[in-house]
Write a protein that binds this ligand. Structure first.
Ligand code: S3P
Length: 183
């Protein structure tokens, strides 16, 4: 992964981070403030599949979900480039930790921002949510978090995801030189 100084595409920001780190909420807010287009990768996957993510996991299994996730990512990044549309993408919690998707993200030269949250914080946020097929129990949640850390740590920017969403947005804008779109 190129260091932050080598970000080649300043019109594409991808938000990475574990389940419950606030990617969708922060992404929507960031895109609104910048006047950029927003894409929630999980929402596009569900739209394409015509069923919910838990249903995809249940009916087809995780490998099929990952394939769909990868195809959707490639298409999303391709559309943003083709239309030259500045875009914020909220990735799924596992996207940046899948080698093929990781490679595609790197090849675009976009800015990958990691919304870092300590595991205790994520556990508390996810405990009451039932639509996450990979949140089975605390032990496996902790294990998955540990497995993914080496990937998240390769993001271009790391911000404190435990802060209020508007503060997280401020941290992102303070780190990158992203152009605001004004109409
Ligand atoms: C996943 C996280 C989910 C979703 C799917 C798999 C993961 O996204 O993509 O359930 O592998 O951690 P969120 O991080 O938005 O919950």
């Amino acid at each position: 992964m190129p260091p932050a100084g080598e970000i080649r595409n300043r019109k594409l920001i991808c938000l990475a981070g574990f389940m419950g780190s606030g990617k969708t909420t922060v992404g929507q807010l960031l895109a609104r403030q910048m006047g950029w287009h927003f894409v929630d990768l999980d929402a596009v996957i569900e739209e394409r599949a015509g069923v919910s993510i838990p249903a995809i996991f249940e009916r087809l299994g995780e490998p099929a979900f990952r394939e769909l996730e990868h195809q959707t990512l490639v298409r999303t990044l391709g559309e943003a480039a083709e239309r030259e549309r500045p875009t914020v993408v909220a990735l799924g919690g596992g996207t940046f930790a899948q080698p093929e998707s990781f490679a595609v993200l790197r090849s675009t030269g976009c800015a990958v921002v990691w919304l870092h949250c300590p595991i205790e914080h994520l556990l508390a946020r996810c405990a009451t949510i039932t639509n996450r097929p990979l949140f089975r129990d605390e032990a496996s949640f902790r294990q998955l978090y540990e497995q993914r850390l080496p990937f998240y740590e390769q993001a271009d920017y790391r911000v404190d995801g435990t802060a209020e969403p508007r503060r997280v947005v401020e941290q992102i804008l303070a780190r990158g030189h992203f152009e605001k779109v004004t109409t």
